[in-house]
Design a binder for this molecule. Sequence first.
Ligand code: FCB
Length: 481
Amino acid sequence: MSDSTRGITRQHAPSEWLHDPEGFAETMPRGFEIGVSTAAFQIEGAVREDGRGPSTWDDFMGQPGRIADGSNASIATDHYHRYREDVGLMKELGIDSYRFSLGWPRIQPGGSGGPNRAGIQFYDRLIDELLAAGIKPMATLFHWDMPEPLQHKGGWMLRDTASRFADFALLAGEAFGDRVDKWVTINEPTTVTLNGYALGIHAPGATLMFDSLISAHHQLLGHGLAVQALRSVGVTGGIGITNVHSPVHPAKDNMKTRAYAEVFDIIHNRIFADPVLLGQYPKFPFLSRKLFKPLIEVDPADLKIISQPLDFYGLNYYMPSRIRVGAPSDDMTPDGITVAIRSLPFHLAPLLEFPKTAFGWPIAAEFLTETLREYATRYEGVLPPVYITEGGASFNDAVSPDGSIDDADRVSYLADHLAAAFEGVPGVDLRGYYIWTLLDNWEWAAGFEQRFGLIRVDADTQDRTPKRSYHWLQKVLRART
Ligand code: FCB
């Protein structure tokens, strides 16, 4: 772990709104929605209960050395058993909407065939509980927990997986289509391809580098087929996808650095957003066309399926990227460690001028504004209403002797990022912001090391303790007119 990427180099300046949640509420545009976001595998636990099948992450977390603290998610935050208490906490908080994911292996344990009744019933209960609490459900169909039998055959490297995913979407649409307010087909296909299939930081742990790119196309095709499946069963809610966006800058203003920055922007952002919103892959730079060959050769009919009009577009924003020429000097990436990265001719340079989260991610709300600006320009005229479907920060929260958690840095992070979202940019119809996340949870390859929650969870007792950020947000939401 290098100091430059992980060390807290600067203190995050406290927000002017830290002591004035009511004043902050006055700056919120009327009708702007506030939610919290979670993912099934990170919170549910109960991985072997009620007929749930194993997922690619069940397998991955059991492999030695994969998870930073050696932990696993088999209990996680025990949300499967405590969902009522958790919805109660959300109701008290006063959010408008809750984004969660439907565990594919809980609903369709083997990745094909009819549904597992107990899985359907769990989400039935959760959705009904939310509606009774006046909270609108936003359901993500794929937040990375692919049924193991499908992974075994090749996962997203296989075209057929897109059709299997559409079958799952159909089951989910039939079961919950009358009550889900918004559907997200896939969460961050970028992260799945880069971390899962190229660099091996996430499940399934493949290190295919550029040979992984077809997994991006198959996810996008799965998205398009899932949109069709949901519409075919007449779901009443809106349908979208969630991509993570990182504005990319060259560390130096010379041709070579600019060229690598362009390649990274393509890999991280454009190959996922352009097909969905523009119906085409980006123009690949001449010198790197060979690397992108699988995407250049795709069937144009696929792009028609991928680019169907959406009701909304989900954007996750966490941080910007700065690209520097040369192989990385260590194996650290923003999400974990991998030697595979050393084969690249460029690397992510640390943004030393910004304060950092415990994960080492730069805190820079102005790049949320830049993200919105890039979308306004790149997708002018075709961008549906946008929701920030994730944004948040991990900090090493300290518990005071009286048991309270004063996470003032998280409050400042949220105030700064929410302020940027309230401000918005011309050309983007931004409707809401979902905070990552409700509970301290199991943070993929970081295990329990990174705490992102508004609520602390004691790993031994599973007791939930709302932090200062929870109480601050509650005051903001109560003061809304
Ligand atoms: C996003 C993921 C989410 C969580 C946050 C911190 O990339 O979608 O599950 O891990 O990062």
